[in-house]
Design a protein around this ligand. Structure first.
Ligand SMILES: Nc1ncnc2c1ncn2[C@@H]1O[C@H](COP(=O)(O)OP(=O)(O)OP(=O)(O)O)[C@@H](O)[C@H]1O
Length: 649
């Protein structure tokens, strides 16, 4: 071994030793013996503990130390990738090992594990994907479903899968961890599993509520941030907002008003955090602020659970979150900003008080808090199920209707999702997985997009398809400031295709690639540099995924447009609408009246027939990301679906 490796190891050990006292002070440390005894005895266990008590970082280490990883790895699932990667990093530090050795993580497109990995933090989605190739999860001896109270769709599905696996594998241990007291539900599901409570939190967090209702929570968040900065002791601030656009608005406003701060105030460093950012950008929020600088993290609820961001002393909680819902009867997604639940508010508060006492400013009144629902509605009851049902089918679950769900999704949602998979030919008329469905399940995107990717090989347009999919995966790349709207529109005209948004997005990506991602080009063209960089990152990942799947990512249709739109139609033939006399549109399936969204390049254009990426309900029913298509193209797509639909009508 080289001396530099020796040096690295010594440094890691020294760092680990320095963390021991604070680890020993965590509430969970007192329970170490009880927990180990309970895990050794039981096959399933529920552990409930307050935020910051040490569940996520310490429990896997306890199990590792008592030898439970000898016969297989310990998996710990997290709803979000930023949590999986940052916690693995911390635990590697605590154990004095290199990340990827004994402790690793696996999130979509990023796997930091090796043959020596024993403790593996992963997103719930990744563990579901592993089921495709290892139906009994035979690599694992313990599966810990963390943050179970969040009730994400994928964790909920994992509940059913691990319970079924345990019937075959009596050696598998299952631990459910939750921060809320509604644990009885989980214990009952696992046939009366024992529940352990870990009392206490580490440091107190003082709560201040707004005295009166705030009309504009964005404005209130801005004021609160500046007030903390001017009046309060050093310490970083974490502000909870609802989405990327809102975060960028607040970032801009904070920067604009910074010069009004008193001359002796320290600097502000603003760090945005949201789900569609690339991993490297998300990691930036964990870097300590430079001297004499206060860090302000503007985050969606991705920072709500699991993570510890060192330095955070102040929380600003707007009390709102953006939630997606799905109407299975109409096939409409809606996106609404709604009040959070009490459980979410406690999680938000719990991001402080982890290394020192903290303060949480709630921008809603005490009565407002009392009126919040106790917990958020489980995602499985309100979302589109096509993606997970395809994964379940590909993991060997034959009868979805009889699957042991913790909370059974509405029948209409299940049927809608199965019909959608049948329409895409992922399932045959008996509901069995087809070879194409199997292939589709292998792609880490929604089934419709997987279908488009697979079909791009035959139509020789994979390069264009992955560009468009990556652009559709981020929030808009067009930057349109209020005071420069005309100039921004003028800049956008260069990219506009009369075929619609898909090709327009492709033109932007082509322009960006031609200048190798030049920042000045983005500024001149009113393109959001951060958003298009994210899209580029996703594009690279999709390209390597296609390569692995035997699809050349460089196959190009050149200047031809038709093959590209026809290719999208293979996955989106259910998303078609025709022009009505009054200028509105009507969808083919569902006969819904809708309008082209103002952000579309086809807004106010009267196209006889359109294909849309999504139908959303906001102030009215809008279709977004729209292209003009021609009727004969439909003959090559989904005719079995239309025939079945007509005959049943
Ligand atoms: N990256 C980090 N930097 C500094 N301290 C950390 C870090 N990660 C964890 N800690 C310390 O370990 C404590 C326990 O964290 P852990 O994530 O295990 O808690 P938890 O009980 O799972 O809480 P939650 O469910 O709220 O995430 C934190 O409160 C903090 O004191």
């Amino acid at each position: 071994m080289s001396s530099s490796e020796d040096g690295g190891r010594a440094k890691r050990k020294a760092k680990a030793a320095s963390l021991v006292p604070s680890r020993n002070r965590l509430p969970i440390s007192n329970e170490r013996k009880n927990i180990i005894a309970a895990v050794q005895k039981a096959r399933a266990l529920v552990i409930v503990g307050e935020t910051g008590s040490g569940k996520t970082t310490q429990l896997p280490q306890f199990l590792f130390e008592c030898g439970l990883a000898k016969k297989g790895m310990i998996a710990i699932t997290q709803p979000r990738r930023v949590a999986a990667s940052s916690i693995a990093r911390r635990v590697a530090e605590e154990m004095g090992v290199k990340l990827g050795n004994e402790v690793g993580y696996s999130v979509r497109f990023d796997d930091k594990t090796t043959q020596s990995t024993k403790i593996k933090y992963m997103t719930d989605g990744m563990l579901l994907r592993e089921l495709l190739s290892d139906k009994l999860l035979s690599k694992y001896s313990v599966i810990i479903l963390d943050e179970a109270h969040e009730r994400t769709l994928r964790t909920d599905v994992l509940f059913g899968m691990v319970k079924a696996i345990q019937k075959v594998r009596s050696d598998l241990k299952i631990i459910v961890m939750s921060a809320t007291l509604d644990a009885a539900r989980f214990a009952e599901y696992f046939d009366g599993a024992e529940t352990l409570y870990i009392p206490g939190r580490q440091f107190p967090v003082r709560v201040y509520n707004a005295i009166e209702r705030q009309e504009d929570y964005v404005d209130a968040a801005l004021v609160a941030t500046f007030q903390i900065h001017v009046d309060e002791d050093p310490g970083d601030i974490l502000v909870f907002l609802t989405g990327q656009e809102e975060i960028e608005t607040v970032e801009k406003l904070l920067k604009e008003h910074m010069h009004e701060l008193p001359p002796n105030a320290s600097q502000l460093l603003i760090c945005p955090l949201f789900a569609s950012q690339p991993a490297a950008q998300q990691q930036k929020v964990f870097a300590p602020a430079p001297p004499n600088t206060r860090k302000v993290i503007l985050s969606t609820n991705v920072a709500e659970t699991s993570i510890t961001i060192s330095g955070i002393r102040y929380i600003v909680d707007t009390g709102m979150a953006k939630v997606r819902a799905f109407n299975p009867k109409l096939g409409i997604e809606s996106l609404a900003v709604v009040p959070i639940s009490k459980a979410s508010a406690l999680q938000r508060l719990g991001r402080a008080g982890r290394e020192a006492p903290g303060v949480c400013y709630r921008l809603y009144t005490e009565d407002g808090f009392s009126s919040l629902a106790n917990v958020s509605e489980p995602e499985i009851l309100r979302c589109n199920l096509a993606n997970v049902l395809l994964t379940l089918k590909a993991s060997g679950v034959e009868n979805i209707m009889e699957f042991d769900f913790l909370d059974r999704p509405p029948r209409a949602s299940l049927i809608r999702a199965l019909e959608h998979l049948f329409a895409l030919r992922a399932l045959n008329s008996k509901g069995e997985l087809t070879p194409e469905g199997h292939k589709m399940a292998g792609f880490p995107v929604d089934p419709s997009l997987a279908k488009v990717l697979i079909h791009s090989k035959a139509l020789n347009c994979t390069a264009e398809v992955i560009s468009i999919i990556s652009m559709l995966s981020v929030e808009t790349v067009f930057f349109s400031p209020h005071d420069k709207r005309e100039a921004a529109n003028e800049a956008k005209r260069k990219f506009v295709s009369h075929d619609g948004d898909h090709i327009t997005l492709l033109n932007v990506m082509r322009g960006y690639q031609a200048v190798s991602g030049d920042k000045d080009w983005c500024i001149q063209n009113y393109i959001n540099g951060r958003a298009i960089k994210n899209a580029m990152d996703i594009r690279n990942q999709l390209a390597s995924f296609c390569e692995q799947g035997g699809i050349s990512p460089t196959a190009s249709a050149g200047s031809e447009v038709e093959p590209i739109l026809q290719c999208f139609l293979q996955g989106f033939f259910q998303n078609i609408a025709s022009l009505q006399m009054d200028g509105s549109y009507q969808t083919f399936s569902g006969k819904q009246v809708c309008h082209i969204h103002p952000s579309s390049v086809l807004f106010q254009k009267r196209m006889p027939l359109i294909m849309y990426h999504e139908l959303v309900q906001t102030s009215r029913q809008y279709v977004r990301n729209v292209s003009s298509i021609s009727l004969p193209w439909l003959q090559n797509t989904g005719s079995h679906y239309f025939n079945a639909a007509n005959s049943s009508a």
